[in-house]
Write a new protein. Structure first.
Ligand code: ING
Length: 304
């Protein structure tokens, strides 16, 4: 068996005024708690270093860019990399990435990285399904301006050979789209790492507010089962700057079963032993793509 002991490291609310250093301290404490329980991989949420700033319409680009990282690691995030090296654990986390390209061109992405215990970036993913809207919408109690602050990811859906298995990532809204999981499944992913910031209140359809936790697990469990992969979903949770974010961080087996989950909406670790060989139970049988999938019938799937 290729068993990997994985920790979902859920973060509670991050205040707008909280510094990177303070957040990194919380993340490092979670890493130590996870390591104390034998975790070899620690998975943090989407945009783990800051409050979920797309909830605000911010005119001044300099103020927006203060939420972005221009280098990874940086002085502020280095302590997390050092702790990982000291403890011998790999880790994954999301952050707002600002890239300076030639001729002063600036790119901005909602990014996540998987980092080895030696600080090597094993996998990098830039969020492709950006939810929300681009301009200020006064009718909303809070904004959701990911389409304004980020570009659509340009790295595709990569799957890396890492930690003895095939590992892919997705970010938040990506998990709602079956295409995300199938793109990873077609590359034989055995473990998918997904961070999220999901408000309880969804302004366009408030009648669904009570379903957010159900929809979260529905998407993660379906993605796991339909592609025979382990899935780790990790929340930034709790009442963050007046906005309720769901928790429900969990570790899901290729059968779609939730094998471990967080119970609070604060900083909390949930740990499970994930036998990557168990993916075969699904990938070789009910969802054997080779035996049962009919791609020549699916042409519509890639039409705009
Ligand atoms: N957040 C939310 C998510 O997809 C959302 C946006 C909330 C969409 C509720 C639909 C319903 O989980 C991010 N950051 O994508």
């Amino acid at each position: 068996t290729r068993s990997l002991r994985i920790a979902a490291a859920q973060l509670g609310p991050i205040a707008r005024t909280e510094t990177r250093a303070q957040v990194v301290e919380r993340m490092t404490a979670l890493m130590r708690a996870a390591n104390a329980r034998g975790a070899e991989l620690v998975v943090y949420p989407e945009l783990a270093l800051t409050t979920f700033f797309p909830r605000w319409y911010i005119e001044d680009q300099t103020e927006v860019d203060a939420f972005f990282e221009t280098e990874m690691p940086s002085d502020e995030t280095a302590p997390l990399f050092r702790a990982a090296a000291e403890l011998g654990v790999a880790f994954s986390f999301g952050y707002a990435e600002l890239v300076r390209e030639g001729e002063g061109r600036i790119r901005r992405f909602n990014t996540s990285v998987l980092v080895s215990s030696q600080g090597e970036i094993l996998l990098k993913y830039r969020k492709i399904h950006l939810p929300g809207h681009r301009d200020h919408e006064a009718w909303r109690p809070f904004q959701h301006l990911e389409k304004r602050y980020f570009e659509v990811g340009d790295l595709g859906f990569p799957v890396a050979d890492a930690l003895g298995g095939r590992i892919g990532s997705a970010i938040c809204n990506d998990r709602r789209w079956p295409e995300t999981f199938r793109m990873l499944g077609l590359q034989n992913a055995e473990l998918v790492l997904i961070g999220y910031n999901t408000p309880q209140h969804y302004p366009p359809a408030p009648e669904h507010d009570h379903l957010q936790d159900f929809h979260n697990h529905l998407c993660l469990q379906a993605g796991a089962y339909q592609n025979g992969t382990w899935v780790v979903g990790v929340a930034k949770a709790g009442l963050e700057e007046g906005c309720e974010l769901i928790g429900g961080s969990c570790i899901i087996a290729p059968t779609g079963e939730i094998v471990a989950r967080c119970l609070t909406r604060g900083d909390e670790v949930a740990v499970a032993d994930c036998d990557l060989d168990r993916c075969r139970e699904i990938q070789d049988n009910i969802f054997s793509f080779e035996k049962h999938r009919q791609p020549d019938q699916y042409g519509l799937l890639v039409k705009p």
